[in-house]
Design a protein around this ligand. Structure first.
Ligand code: MF3
Ligand code: CO
Length: 254
């Protein structure tokens, strides 16, 4: 497990701030009538303007059918994760998750948020708020001296209390020079078990909950993870550094 020095954690701050600024900007511009590709283009322009690098474009992990074709994941309604930025036109009431990671000054940060386009529904509002609460609880549990299971249990408890579907096939991960590093950060687990959390560990914590059951299906596009029952899903993510003074959220938005 590569631990970062305090100086390295500080060097990751610009990447975290950049990711936060792009997600804030996307949230501001996203509206009914825009396509997912429009959002991807907006993010790509911000990447270029900042001298950053996309870590999504061309990325080809085992869970994707082909090299990734965008700089964002844009997951709408029953799409939970890895939604491709397509020509889909956003509709009033859509539940949109945007996941964004990039490298700036040699370091990566990774973050995601979910919000509704135009008209909100109580069902989606509760799902999004519960996912954000799970993220906050996971972050609060990411204390030096604790265990990874503390983070996982904190997340899973809140999702289950909300009655939501949780699938542990995808979760959080270490972050550093690259996007996906060890360790794995599961969204279900038992407190006081698993990896010891030491200062210098930097992880993406990313609960994603489904309004229905625990199952998912992979879309014919080879990337998009959808709920098996067609229910809506939400995803929230921050890159968090565990320091001697506790967790520091590198991707915090104002
Ligand atoms: N950033 C996502 C995560 O939170 C992964 C995106 S995979 C990609 O781990 F291929 F779309 F880039
Ligand atoms: Co991530």
């Amino acid at each position: 497990m590569a631990l970062k020095t305090p100086a390295e954690v500080n060097a990751m701050r610009p990447a975290g701030k950049f990711i936060a600024s792009v997600l804030s900007s996307l949230r501001e511009v996203a509206r009914e009538g825009m396509t997912l590709k429009d959002l991807d283009r907006h993010a790509h322009q911000m990447i270029d303007a900042a001298g950053a690098h996309s870590v999504y474009l061309g990325y080809h992990p085992s869970f994707g059918a082909m090299p990734y074709p965008g700089v964002l994941c844009t997951s709408v309604n029953d799409a939970a994760l890895h939604g491709l930025p397509s020509d889909y036109v956003l509709q009033d009431g859509d539940v949109l998750s945007i996941d964004f990671a990039a490298q700036l000054q040699g370091w990566v940060a990774d973050s995601a948020l979910t919000f509704q386009i135009g008209t909100t529904t109580p069902e989606a509002t509760k799902l999004v708020e519960t996912t954000e609460r799970a993220l906050a609880a996971g972050i609060a549990a990411a204390k030096p001296g604790g265990r990874m299971g503390d983070v996982s249990e904190a997340i899973g408890k809140i999702g289950r209390a909300g009655g939501y579907g949780i699938n542990a096939d995808f979760g959080g991960h270490g972050v550093g020079r690259t996007m996906h590093e060890d360790p794995h950060v599961p969204n279900l687990g038992r407190a006081r078990t698993g990896l010891k959390l030491n200062p210098g560990l930097v992880i993406a914590i990313e609960p994603w909950f489904m309004a229905g059951g625990d199952g998912y299906v992979i879309d014919p596009d080879g990337w998009t993870i959808r709920t098996a029952d067609g229910s809506i899903a939400a995803h929230a993510e921050h890159t968090v550094a565990i320091t001697r003074d506790g967790p520091v959220v590198l991707t915090a938005r104002d």
